[in-house]
Structure formats: structure tokens, C-alpha cells
Design a protein around this ligand. Structure first.
Ligand SMILES: Cc1cc2nc3c(=O)[nH]c(=O)nc-3n(C[C@H](O)[C@H](O)[C@H](O)COP(=O)(O)OP(=O)(O)OC[C@H]3O[C@@H](n4cnc5c(N)ncnc54)[C@H](O)[C@@H]3O)c2cc1C
Length: 539
């Protein structure tokens, strides 16, 4: 059987290269602590997700993690090991036992090794620098996709028995983010447009400590978890140097709330952040520098080179930034969506992290559910017939492209609309949000949707980056609309979703998923029960 693998974004870094060292796997006696087990990993993930993750999927992640990490090692990814061959694993908040395997050269290394592994398989045809702009549906089934080769400008249609969406999250729908700028909603919008259910979009994870100043390094992630006693053991402080986060460090959603509230109360730094202060550590400057150089050497060096700040002896101004989308396309434990022959995995998929995620669980998910989903999609493809793509479906997509490339008297460029979307998300869909602000955001998004028809981009073939930006802008508008609607729908606070007028967690009414599904061009919201296989909320 032949497969196609598609990678987009020429020249744009992707999250795995951004990702750091941490991949969770419960190696137990083969790792740092013999007491660790898949059962414990499962429980840690379920609790951190505030009981909103579907446990049939969390099971796949927790119980297959070790095998998939061993796959990575076999492909050539280098992990730090003890002399006796056990995995070196770092403790991170929310892990009962140290569980984060340490990957040398971070996510970049992992990406390179995986790409090399793919290229060894002659039955996988790779499309690089290829921008997908729609999934295609016939007879109620996803039958492939349409996209544009960015280098030649040629349009290609791929007819497939199974289509796996692995387009990543959309944390860059917010302006202050540590994600690559192109991750603004393509994946979920394409799925949504063919009838896929989206789940728990209100749980966009903010990361507490991204550099907010100076501008040359703004948005660079500084690992909050490095503040644990085993590593740097410094402090996150307010503007006056008072520590604001107690040890042991809380998990991410709790940390965010504290940092955000300190800033809101006026105890933040000049540029709207808090301090990541290594000078408060009992450790020596050399010891601290060694931690940075081992754990995040590139980030440490970048901040030193671009801003002249040595984080080993100077404090950094940091603030919460959009980092990861816990929600996404609704899937089951085989990676199937509710639309026939469409599968989803990785950050684009939802309903397993729940309301919050732990460090090292995202890359673990890409390897575990990624492998499971790919396997199921391939098995199903062998058993099914190829449904042809209807010409009218392709024509519709070509009309959209051509409309963007038509000269217009009152034409506008996509970048201006995109900037307004990001501004609305930053202003009104921050970690703490309320009905009034969310409604303002929604009406802004709706008026920007009207502006889409005015987009006019050059009619050029090769590297038409503005055409791509126009398509991305329209995805971003759908992603924003469904996200804001999900935030409005969930009238409680939990995990990364904090409604100021509903500040308590309301288990009686909201221990459930929120689903957004398109009907007559608009999102419709509903609740769905969470799947509990082993651990109930009151266990
Ligand atoms: C700074 C940073 C540090 C992180 N560190 C860690 C860590 O240490 N441990 C951990 O577990 N997680 C970490 N994460 C999270 C983790 O990196 C991501 O969740 C994970 O990489 C997502 O993988 P993915 O394959 O689902 O999506 P991605 O890696 O985002 O890949 C999606 C791919 O789809 C392509 N694509 C998107 N739209 C289109 C389109 N329209 N046409 C064609 N192609 C398209 C993109 O170009 C990209 O290649 C980190 C994230 C960031 C931003």
C-alpha cells in the first residue's frame, strides 16, 4: 500500500524542532524510579487534566509510551542514560515519580530522525513545502485533500482511502505565543468544515514563563519547571522580589493562575510580567549555568546573544504566553473522528489531555496515538474501496483560491485581518475571560469574517505566500469563532479556562466535554460525557 506524507511551511520552524527534551514514559525499573508504572502515569495524566481527558485514549498514551520511546531510540534518537543503561528521567510537577526522558538536542533531533526514518520507506511518497487548503468529502466520507506546492504553485489533489490529520495545534492564534506563527488553526478548521466535531477548545494552555522583555527575545520559552529544587531552585517573584510560587512547584494551570493574578494586582514588572530569578537560588552561578547548558542550551545562548542577558546571574522578565491546545478534533482510541475515513492525532486532536497538560505529555502523545492512529488508518484503508473525488468539490475549492487572487477596488491584505484576530484573542480570550469580553471578541471575529471577501492577493504562481496567508486567515477565523464560543459555553472555571464570573469548578454541570460542530455554517455547542475506564472523579 502506498502512503503520502505531507509537510508544510517552507522555512518556518515547527513545534517538534521548538520542543525541548522532555518525553514522559513510565520506565520504572528501566528508568529513574522502579515504583513508576503505566498505571501511575495514567493516573497522573487524568488528575492533571482535571478529569476531562477520555481515559480510553489516555490508556493508549500511558500503556504504550515506553514501547514508542524504544522505537525512537531504535530510529536513532539519543536519550540520556545512566551508566547501567537505565533511562535518566527528570522529575516534573505532576509526575508522582521522575518520568521525563531526556532527549539530547531536543525536539529538533527527534524531527530530523523521524524524517530520515520516513525517507527509508519507498512506499511513502513525501510532499514537502506543500500547503493543504481543504479536505475533500464525497458520499459522507473524507476522500483526500487538495493543496498547493508552494515552490511551483501547482495544485495537487490526492485521493485517499484514509486521511490522517496531524496538522498540530493553533496556539499562535494568540499574539503572545511561543509557537511558530503559522499554527493558527488550519487543522481544526479543515476538519470542522467537513463536519468533524471539535472538543474542549476552551482549554488553550498558557505557559507561565515566556520572556516578555526585551523585544529581541520576546516569546522565548524559559522552562518554569527548571525552578525545581533538583535543578536551579530559584524563584518566580513579583516586581519587588517576593517569591510568588511555592515549592514543590504546582502544575501548569495552577502556576498560570498565580502569575496572572500577581500581574493583574499590579505587582508585576514594568513590562507586564514577573521575574524568573535565578539569583535567589542557593546554588552557585556555575551550577545554574550548567543546568541551563544541559537542559536548554540553545535558549540560554539565544537570550545571552540576542539580549545580552546571562540568565544564570540575571533575572528575566517573563509572562504567560499561549503554548498548547489541549482541545482539538474529537477522536476515539483508534484516532477516528466522527467523519468517515478522517483520522486525527497529535496536538490537532483533543479529548485526552483534558483541561490541562503535564510537561512531556505532548511529545509522548504524538508518538503513542500517532502510531496507533496511523496503524488503524492503514488497516482500514486495506479493507475499503477508493471513493473517487467529485469534480464539483474540487471546483469549489478552486473558486475560493481564485476569489482571493481577484483584483478588488476595496481590497485588503490578509495580514491586516490576521493581526486583528490575534489582537482580539489576546485581549478577550486570555486565561481569565468573561462573558462581556468574549462577546466583544465574537463580534470582532464576525465582522472580520465579512472582510474576508475583500482579500486580494497577487496572482503569482511560485511561492505565493500571501495566498497562503489568505487561506490561513480564513482558517483562523473559524478556529477563533469556535474557540470563543466554547469559552462562552462552559460557565465554570477549570484547568486553563477561567471565567471570572464563574470562578468555581462546577462538577455537577461541567464534568464533561464541550463539543462544537458546524451546522448551516455556524458552530453549535453541546455537552458530551467524558469516558472513564479506570478512575472516576471521586475515586
Ligand atoms: C517552545 C515549545 C516547547 C515544547 N516542549 C515540549 C517538550 O519538551 N515536551 C513535550 O512533550 N512537548 C513540548 N511541546 C509541545 C509539542 O512540541 C507539540 O505539542 C508537538 O510537537 C505537536 O506535534 P504535532 O505533530 O501534533 O504537530 P506539529 O509538530 O505542529 O506538526 C504539524 C505539522 O503540520 C504542518 N501543517 C499545518 N498546517 C498545514 C497545512 N495547511 N498544510 C500543510 N502542512 C500543515 C505544520 O507545518 C507542521 O509540520 C513544546 C512546544 C513548544 C512550542
Amino acid at each position: 500500500m502506498s502512503s503520502w506524507s505531507i509537510r508544510g511551511d517552507p522555512g518556518v520552524p515547527e513545534p517538534p524542532p521548538c520542543a525541548l527534551w522532555s518525553v514522559q514514559a513510565p520506565f520504572g525499573p528501566r528508568g529513574e524510579d522502579e515504583r513508576d508504572s503505566p498505571e501511575q502515569f495514567f493516573e497522573d495524566m487524568v488528575r492533571a487534566g482535571r478529569f476531562i481527558g477520555d481515559q480510553n485514549i489516555v490508556e493508549v498514551v500511558a500503556f504504550t509510551a515506553c514501547d514508542r520511546i524504544l522505537d525512537l531510540e531504535r530510529y536513532g534518537v539519543k536519550f540520556k542514560k545512566h551508566d547501567d543503561g537505565r533511562f535518566y528521567q527528570t522529575p516534573m510537577p505532576g509526575q508522582t515519580y521522575p518520568r521525563s526522558c531526556f532527549m539530547f538536542e531536543n525536539g529538533q533531533h527527534m524531527s530530523t530522525v523521524l524524517a530520515k526514518e520516513v525517507s527509508k520507506h519507498s512506499n511513502i511518497k513525501q510532499f514537502k513545502d506543500f500547503f493543504v487548503f481543504s479536505l475533500l468529502k464525497s458520499q459522507g466520507t473524507v476522500v483526500g485533500l487538495i493543496g498547493m506546492d508552494m515552490i511551483t504553485g501547482n495544485i495537487a489533489v490526492i485521493n485517499a482511502k484514509s486521511t490522517v490529520l496531524a496538522a498540530g495545534g493553533y496556539a499562535s492564534l494568540w499574539g503572545f505565543s511561543d509557537n511558530p506563527p503559522t499554527l493558527i488553526g488550519d487543522g481544526i478548521a479543515m476538519a470542522y468544515r467537513v463536519g468533524a466535531e471539535l472538543v474542549d477548545l476552551e482549554f488553550n494552555q498558557y505557559y507561565g514563563t515566556d520572556v516578555v522583555w526585551p523585544p529581541s527575545v520576546k516569546g522565548t520559552i524559559v522552562i518554569y519547571e527548571l525552578m525545581i529544587e533538583d535543578f536551579i531552585n530559584g524563584e518566580i517573584t513579583d516586581k519587588d522580589g517576593n517569591p510568588i510560587i511555592e515549592k514543590p512547584l504546582p502544575i501548569r494551570d495552577d502556576a498560570i493562575k498565580t502569575i496572572y493574578n500577581v500581574i493583574k494586582e499590579g505587582r508585576g514588572t514594568e513590562h507586564g510580567g514577573v521575574y524568573f530569578d535565578t539569583t535567589k537560588s542557593p546554588k552557585s552561578e556555575e551550577e545554574i549555568r550548567d543546568v541551563f547548558k544541559m537542559m536548554t542550551p540553545k535558549h540560554y545562548q539565544f537570550i545571552a546573544d540576542a539580549a545580552g542577558i546571562d540568565a544564570a546571574n540575571q533575572r528575566l522578565e517573563v509572562a504567560p504566553a499561549s503554548h498548547y491546545q489541549c482541545g482539538g478534533v474529537f477522536i476515539n482510541e483508534r484516532g477516528e473522528t466522527n467523519v468517515k475515513s478522517l483520522y486525527a492525532c497529535g496536538e490537532v486532536a483533543g479529548n485526552f489531555q483534558g483541561a490541562n497538560r503535564l510537561a512531556g505529555s505532548a511529545l509522548c502523545d504524538t508518538q503513542t496515538m500517532g502510531a496507533r492512529t496511523g496503524g488503524c488508518a492503514a488497516d482500514d484503508a486495506v479493507k475499503s474501496d477508493l471513493i473517487p473525488i467529485e469534480k464539483t468539490v474540487v471546483d469549489q475549492q478552486m473558486d475560493t483560491l481564485n476569489n482571493f487572487m481577484t483584483d478588488k477596488k476595496d481590497g485588503t491584505r490578509p495580514v491586516f485581518i490576521k493581526e486583528e484576530i490575534l489582537k482580539a484573542m489576546d485581549t478577550y480570550v486570555a486565561p481569565f475571560r468573561d462573558e462581556k469580553g468574549l462577546n466583544q471578541a465574537l463580534s470582532r471575529i464576525n465582522s472580520l469574517k465579512d472582510d474576508l471577501t475583500r482579500i486580494s492577493v497577487p496572482k503569482i504562481k511560485r511561492y505565493n505566500m500571501e495566498l497562503r496567508e489568505a487561506l490561513e486567515t480564513s482558517f483562523a477565523l473559524d478556529a477563533a469563532e469556535a474557540t470563543i464560543g466554547s469559552c462562552l459555553f462552559r460557565t465554570e472555571s477549570r484547568g486553563h479556562h477561567n471565567r471570572t464570573e464563574f470562578s468555581e469548578t462546577d462538577n455537577a454541570n461541567w464534568q464533561c466535554h464541550t463539543i462544537a460542530k458546524q451546522k448551516d455554517g455556524k458552530p453549535v455547542y453541546s455537552k458530551r460525557d467524558v469516558i472513564y475506564t479506570h478512575l472516576k472523579p471521586d475515586d
